[in-house]
Design a protein around this ligand. Structure first.
Ligand SMILES: Nc1ncnc2c1ncn2[C@@H]1O[C@H](COP(=O)(O)OP(=O)(O)OP(=O)(O)O)[C@@H](O)[C@H]1O
Ligand SMILES: [Mg+2]
Length: 291
């Protein structure tokens, strides 16, 4: 079943001379993890806002085409209804903080309070979200007296407690160190196993290669590429359009130029694929086992 369907969407911000998104069509199936990549200004955040209904209800402007979020036509609905279907974690975690709560715990409870959920259920959900995002020790702290990475974990927790069917994440690891980044991707994987659907804008290509089911590359508001991580992330079009590529693809491409990488073997995007290409299946299995 499709959780998100976008048909021929073109969107222009009020003050902008040209559309931020041009003729976008895509479908996201239940339980799928779709990653959106692209250079700065390519339209990743705009697509996230659209998928969660913030376009057109928070950012106004001109929208053409149709967006169905969990079956609800977003133009015909409002944010109060749409938050029950889709949750958005902002690119800048500071924008997510309500500004009205004194502790991280209260901050994470904020969205739930408006849903009229029983106290016990609320507490269980909050404790679980604190544990999943590894911030149980921050519960009593002020949401403002935190590092950017800690705020990013709080922002994620405050959306996870809402248990949206569609979780939209706009570069949720931009302020996290490599370990924190890997932890967040593992939380996302656990969420998809529970049936949550994920749309994530992300520029960390190696994690996208490892975790995403499908990838879309945006370029100047248009879909440039769409396919499996292996197909999209090794495309020579990406560096041409200012999108980074994984270091494993870089190394293999160099090796190919030197005649050290078989022309028959697809270029790798992950470490395990690179090892398989260079050294065979046994070595790749060892890498997978170690990860
Ligand atoms: N609030 C806004 N008002 C007007 N134009 C905007 C607004 N936000 C974004 N834009 C424009 O829309 C286009 C797409 O921007 P968007 O923020 O979606 O890109 P992005 O891929 O998320 O970039 P980044 O990697 O920097 O986060 C850009 O040309 C940008 O200047
Ligand atoms: Mg952005």
């Amino acid at each position: 079943m499709a959780i998100l369907t976008i048909n021929n969407l073109t969107y222009q911000y009020p003050s902008s001379p040209q559309p931020a998104l041009k003729d976008i069509s895509l479908t996201l199936e239940s339980g799928e993890f779709l990653a959106v990549i692209g250079a700065n200004g390519a339209g990743k955040s705009s697509l996230c806002y659209t998928a969660a209904g913030f376009i057109p209800h928070f950012f106004r402007g001109e929208l053409n085409g149709q967006v169905l979020i969990d079956g609800v036509d977003s133009s015909q609905s409002n944010l109060n209804e749409l938050v029950l279907h889709a949750g958005l974690v902002f690119q800048n975690p500071f924008n997510q903080i309500s500004g009205s709560k004194f502790t991280v715990y209260e901050e994470i409870a904020f969205g739930l309070e408006n849903l009229g959920i029983a106290r016990e259920e609320m507490k269980a959900r909050i404790d679980e979200a604190l544990a999943l995002t590894n911030i149980a020790d921050l519960g009593k702290r002020s949401p403002y007296a935190l590092s950017g990475g800690q705020q990013q974990r709080v922002a994620l927790a405050s959306i996870l407690v809402m248990q949206p069917k569609l979780l939209v994440l706009d570069e949720p690891t931009s302020q996290l160190d490599p370990i924190g980044t890997q932890e967040v991707f593992q939380v996302i994987r656990a969420m998809t196993k529970r049936g949550m659907t994920i749309l994530m804008a992300e520029h960390k290509i190696e994690q996208v290669a490892e975790f995403a089911d499908r990838v879309i590359a945006l370029d100047a508001g248009e879909i440039l590429l769409e396919g499996t991580p292996g197909e999209v992330l090794t495309s020579p079009l990406l560096p041409e359009r200012g999108v980074g590529i994984s270091r494993y693809t870089q190394v293999a491409r160099r090796a190919q130029a030197m005649g050290l990488w078989s022309k028959q073997t697809h270029l790798p995007a992950t470490l395990a694929q690179a090892v398989r290409g260079f050294g065979g299946a046994d070595a790749a299995q060892e890498v997978n086992d170690a990860a």
